[in-house]
Design a protein around this ligand. Structure first.
Ligand code: AGP
Length: 606
């Protein structure tokens, strides 16, 4: 995923664009660049690496102009390099792009035959030469319409033109694009984060639309050039959420925020006066839904796996889970009585959006569980349940994972009550238990000193295993993913009962293995699995709950005891030490915790 920004103003724009690029850097950070139009000439400055490198180059040579575009890149076509960084400019136009042009090879061949010279290995540069070609015989708007119709794939575009001193063209298909309204200036951006430091008045382009943005006016058009009107949304200004405060990393702040975000989310949904859960105009009656299909990617997929246990334990729904990038290619038998739930922190993940789009095309019941309510997945789902955890800037998802699980759990028990799968008493007890969750998480955060003692072994080992049974298995997967994506070490989440069917061969002397075994119905069997790996030399980090009667002494390397709670709520608590393990492991290795290599906060390419 990349980030794009554009500004047309009555004053110089390069420093404003640079500031916006810093806010967009979580979307991609292997290179960046800015182009401005000044006195009839396009000037561009680009750098490999972080936005800091770009700033150094900008300081060396001023970039004048009251109109410009900027870009932070997460490479898809062409290695991270200055030449492949955006913008991609010719003498007449300059382009920034987020997405993938799937027919770029074909278009490049056609343009080369017409004498165009390419500098980069990117698909984006094709757009630069294609619009230049159309401008030879057409006016601006016609050229834009023709150009967009020739492109296959996904894009959010920002384009400036040598002969148009006061306008920026924006266009969207598949990748999100917003515009912002300012005082005698207007803005284009990949998302509201990029624009919030300049305005909280935002409009969003829908797929197929393009806009012509001037400093005092923005016109929107559909793919055929017919004007469309746009609502102006006023976004809440929560600027402080974008700062680290006293924390070294956003991730550390976001882990510690979890007691608060849990409380906020519970307050949003639990109606204390009527002892009920409010899911605000849920559009379907209980008898209209007989099965649930949960779909997501990465950490969001793990929250779907977790929800499957709750739906199976607490309701009579048929429940299935799918990875979004797999779901969309399955020969799906769409069921009219199924509710398709799309879980996505960013609400912009291309694979998850594609799965949603497929369900919409089959007129299925679709529900989004997202953190960004103005996102594409939220806007195109029939119903949205926000997780209310505030902006999550760290690329590794922590508070959003806990928030996703919480909203899924709330939806599960609410539907269970409506369908009379559980009695009102059981429902009331479950709601009552939730009242303590925030405080329990707060106490569990205090296990971090034990975690700091063990993380050396995880970063020095050639690999580690994370084992769990039942609902501890999705948490094992999530713990392994966190360690992989932050400390760049191999870690594998596995069902504890499956080790004897092969992976036990991996165990060797001193190998760190996390065993997640709260004292639940799976406990005894998981402890047996734990003994099997210890017998073969593993160093076991046991994650269990407090129990004064049974203190583990023999041959456990380290144990972390979370607070006692109901079985339903253990998944929230056992996640916390694993988030901390990944964080401190990455800290030991000195890696960039908020922007791990090769990753981006929202993957808007397939
Ligand atoms: C989370 O730690 C990962 N960085 C990643 O797997 C993420 O969960 C996945 O890309 C899905 O993102 P989404 O929730 O924004 O859809």
């Amino acid at each position: 995923m990349c980030g794009i920004v554009g500004i047309t103003s009555s004053k110089p724009v390069s420093s404003m664009i640079l500031n916006s690029l810093r806010k967009l850097e979580y979307r991609g950070y292997d290179s960046s660049g800015i182009a401005t139009l000044h006195e009839g000439t396009i000037h561009e400055i680009k750098s490999e690496g972080r936005v800091d490198a770009l700033e150094k180059n900008l300081n060396k040579s001023n970039l004048y102009g009251n109109i410009g575009i900027g870009h932070v890149r997460w490479a898809t076509h062409g290695v991270p390099s200055t030449i492949n960084a955006h913008p991609h400019s010719s003498e007449n136009v300059s382009v920034v792009h987020n997405g993938i042009i799937e027919n770029s090879t074909l278009l490049k061949k056609m343009l080369l035959k017409k004498g165009h010279k390419f500098k980069s290995q990117t698909d984006t540069e094709v757009i630069t030469h294609l619009i230049t070609e159309y401008l030879k015989k057409n006016d601006l708007k016609t050229s834009v319409i023709k150009m967009l119709k020739r492109l296959h794939g996904s894009f959010a575009l920002g384009i400036i033109f040598k002969d148009q001193p006061d306008l920026i063209v924006g266009a969207r298909r598949g990748s999100p694009l917003a515009v912002g309204y300012g005082p005698n200036e207007n803005y284009l951006g990949s998302d509201s984060y990029a624009l919030k430091s300049m305005t909280n008045k935002i409009s969003y382009l829908n797929d197929g639309e393009f806009c012509i943005l001037k400093k005092n006016n923005i016109d929107f058009f559909d793919e055929n050039g017919t004007k469309v009107n746009k609502k102006i949304l006023e976004l809440s200004s929560n600027e402080n959420n974008y700062e680290k405060g006293e924390y070294k990393h956003f991730m550390a702040k976001e882990i510690d925020e979890q007691p608060t975000t849990i409380k906020n989310c519970i307050n949003e949904y639990i109606d204390k006066k009527n002892n009920d859960i409010n899911i605000f105009n849920f559009p379907w009656k209980s008898k209209e839904i007989s099965s649930i299909v949960l779909i997501g990617c990465g950490t969001a997929y793990h929250s779907c796996l977790m929800a499957k246990y709750w739906f199976e334990q607490i309701t009579t729904f048929d429940v299935s889970v799918d990875i979004a990038s797999e779901f969309r290619y399955r020969k799906n038998r769409f069921k009219k009585n199924a509710l398709y739930i799309f879980v996505s922190q960013s609400g912009e993940t291309a694979d998850t959006y594609a799965a949603l789009d497929l369900c919409n095309k089959h007129n299925m019941k679709t529900c989004a569980i997202v953190n960004v309510v103005e996102s594409s997945i939220a806007r195109d789902s029939k119903f949205v349940l926000p997780i209310h955890c505030g902006p999550e800037i760290g690329v590794a998802s922590t508070k959003a994972f806990i928030g996703q699980m919480l909203v899924l759990y709330l939806l599960c028990i609410k539907l269970a009550k409506n369908r009379k799968d559980i009695s009102k008493d059981i429902f009331n007890n479950k709601i009552k238990s939730l009242e303590s969750l925030s405080n329990l998480i707060k106490k569990t955060l205090n296990t971090e000193s034990d975690i700091q003692m063990v993380c050396n072994s995880f970063v020095e080992a050639k690999g580690s295993m994370f084992l769990g049974r039942g609902y501890s298995f999705p948490i094992a997967l999530e713990g392994a993913l966190k360690l992989k994506e932050l400390a760049y070490v191999h870690a594998e989440g596995y069902p504890a009962g499956e080790m004897k069917h092969g992976p036990l061969a991996l165990i060797e002397e001193g190998m760190p293995v996390v065993v997640i075994a709260p004292r639940d119905e799976y406990y005894k069997k998981t402890i047996s699995n734990m003994q099997e790996v210890i017998a073969r030399g593993a160093k076991v980090l046991l994650i269990t709950n407090k129990n004064k009667d049974e203190i583990f002494s023999e041959n456990i390397w380290q144990s972390i005891e979370v607070e006692n709670t109901t079985e339903d709520l253990f998944p929230f608590l056992i996640t916390i030490p694993l988030q901390k393990l990944a964080y401190y492991s990455a800290l030991k290795k000195g890696y960039d915790i908020d922007k791990p290599r090769n990753l981006a906060k929202s993957v808007t390419v397939e």
